[in-house]
Design a protein around this ligand. Structure first.
Ligand SMILES: Nc1ncnc2c1ncn2[C@@H]1O[C@H](COP(=O)(O)OP(=O)(O)OP(=O)(O)O)[C@@H](O)[C@H]1O
Length: 260
């Protein structure tokens, strides 16, 4: 469903992704863990077409994301039309929620389906109401984001991403801006999605216990490459690489209550 083939990403002199090879199968739930600055969020931002690439090819559901096939079969840089089309396959849940503060919860969720997918207001509203039910916020539709707790805002963020019916859902540290007592309610919603839907999910997280619980596979990122990957049992219980072991020891030591 997702393939990074020798992908290079630079910011000025800094090479953030260094010929990254990475794949996610359809329906797979994959977590990315790793030290700060290792390029985890950049992978999601590239998929969301928020950042371009400097080398290699990214493929989503068999089609190049940042390229288009020319008539002679070669790849040329993607047009805005191609990017817009590809973008509809992906939804993203952001660390800082990114809700529109001047719109009600309902409008936050209906806006893109109406504007981008061309749904009627009625259809979009019906879809939004179902999703608010799913995330446990059916009674908050007319509130503004400023009237909600962080956990509620993030659940709206999840409903908003799902309203576009993406095939792939990306989570960028969805609980790291939340007070500890609000983390659980957001993780419960993500857990429910993982259990009940065949969405492909890619999650960047510092919640080690959660990554262990919901992932089919965990990838340890270090300096723009996958240093080690495996099932949660393999990676958390018996990592092969010293670097993985050091990282896990440090994070598990730092916050045993949330990461253990
Ligand atoms: N727009 C940008 N301009 C310049 N440098 C950037 C930009 N975005 C990210 N970087 C740098 O790229 C590197 C990787 O960033 P990225 O956000 O992908 O890391 P990360 O692994 O998600 O880290 P964290 O866990 O702290 O969020 C960092 O050194 C960051 O400072």
């Amino acid at each position: 469903m997702i393939k990074f083939d020798k992908v290079v990403k630079r910011f000025g002199d800094l090479t953030v992704l260094n010929k990254l090879d990475f794949e996610v199968q359809r329906g797979e739930k994959v977590s990315i863990i790793g030290p700060s600055g290792s390029g985890k969020s950049t992978v999601l931002r590239i998929l969301m077409t928020l950042e371009g690439i400097d080398g290699g090819v990214v493929t989503v559901d068999g089609e190049p994301l940042w390229h288009e096939k020319a008539p002679d079969g070669t790849l040329k840089p993607a047009s805005e039309t191609h990017l817009r089309k590809m973008r509809t396959q992906l939804g993203m849940v952001f660390q800082q929620f990114n809700l529109f503060p001047h719109m009600t919860v309902l409008r936050n969720i209906t806006e893109a389906p109406v504007k981008v997918l061309g749904l009627s207001k009625k259809e979009a509203r019906q879809r939004a109401e179902e999703l608010l039910e799913l995330v446990g916020l059916a009674d908050q539709a007319q509130k503004y984001p400023g009237q909600l707790s962080g956990g509620q805002k993030q659940r709206v963020g999840i409903a908003r991403a799902l309203a576009m019916r993406p095939n792939i859902l990306l989570f960028d540290e969805p609980t790291s801006a939340l007070d500890p007592e609000l983390v659980g309610e957001v993780l419960n919603v993500i857990r429910k999605l993982a259990d009940e839907h065949d969405l492909t999910m890619l999650l960047v997280t510092h919640e080690m216990r959660f990554a262990k619980e919901i992932s089919d596979r965990v990838c340890f990122f270090d300096r723009g490459r996958i240093r080690e990957e495996g099932t949660p049992e393999e990676l958390f219980t018996d990592p092969n690489e010293d670097r993985t072991r050091e990282f896990l020891a440090a994070v598990l030591d730092e916050a045993p209550g949330t990461t253990g």
